[in-house]
Write a protein that binds this ligand. Sequence first.
Ligand SMILES: Nc1ncnc2c1ncn2[C@@H]1O[C@H](COP(=O)(O)OP(=O)(O)O)[C@@H](O)[C@H]1O
Ligand SMILES: [Mg+2]
Length: 252
Amino acid sequence: MGKVYAIANQKGGVGKTTTAVNVGACIAEAGYPTVLVDADPQANATVGLGVERTRTPGLYEVLSGDVQAEDALTETVVPGLMLLAAGPGLAGANVEMPRLEGFEHRMREALEPLRSRFGYVLLDCPPSLGPLTVSALVAADRIIVPVQTEYYALEGLASLLETLDRVQRDLNPRLTVAGMLLTMHDSRTRLGREVEEEVRRHFPDLVFDTVIPRNVRVGEAPSYGLPVTHHDPHSAGAEAYFELAKEVAARG
Ligand SMILES: Nc1ncnc2c1ncn2[C@@H]1O[C@H](COP(=O)(O)OP(=O)(O)O)[C@@H](O)[C@H]1O
Ligand SMILES: [Mg+2]
């Protein structure tokens, strides 16, 4: 049975989408059938994989029950990596979902059939702790938390961890933290090194050994509709994501 990973942090711009796209690409390239579910109405993962923002059916149609998840998948440039696009309706789901009884469980139920076909299902979450993120945490077995190594890195992590506790207690006791991932790291600056130390001190054992460096190739890859592992496989960013994918797989 496949494992479901939510890539979440309510802060925007910390590297969630970049991590979802590139870990997905690396795992697929290693030979494991993988699906990336774009659960963010901004559809950055969809666009970053070269698929148009308006592609339907998407997650909205799947959550509405109009389409089965297996029938809503789109192929990507990466062999073995399928995409469940966000779709233009997803922004409305944030408003509509809470009106439905037991809405928190819908995503899990809708995505369940994917587990038998895919070794890895990755959920790219929006930058909020709203209904879509909560639904993704209920659907997930593991959470990966990208943390940008900047001055306010730890800010907001407390409320994320509170949400995690609540979801674990009330909705999904299987959920565990796969790891926190330091992203956009600049080891040449003192600030970068200090923030890394601080996050590792605060969360011993929880932080992935692999650190993703700030890298121009990583930043420009989405504009080509490619993971950095395809855009420039020998860049420092691509190599870091290959290492991370191994670590994710090894942690199980
Ligand atoms: N390691 C990196 N080096 C350089 N730019 C990066 C890196 N990781 C992410 N970016 C860029 O930073 C921005 C925010 O990243 P993104 O993954 O979209 O964050 P989120 O999904 O958390 O909002 C994007 O423009 C992305 O291309
Ligand atoms: Mg994003």
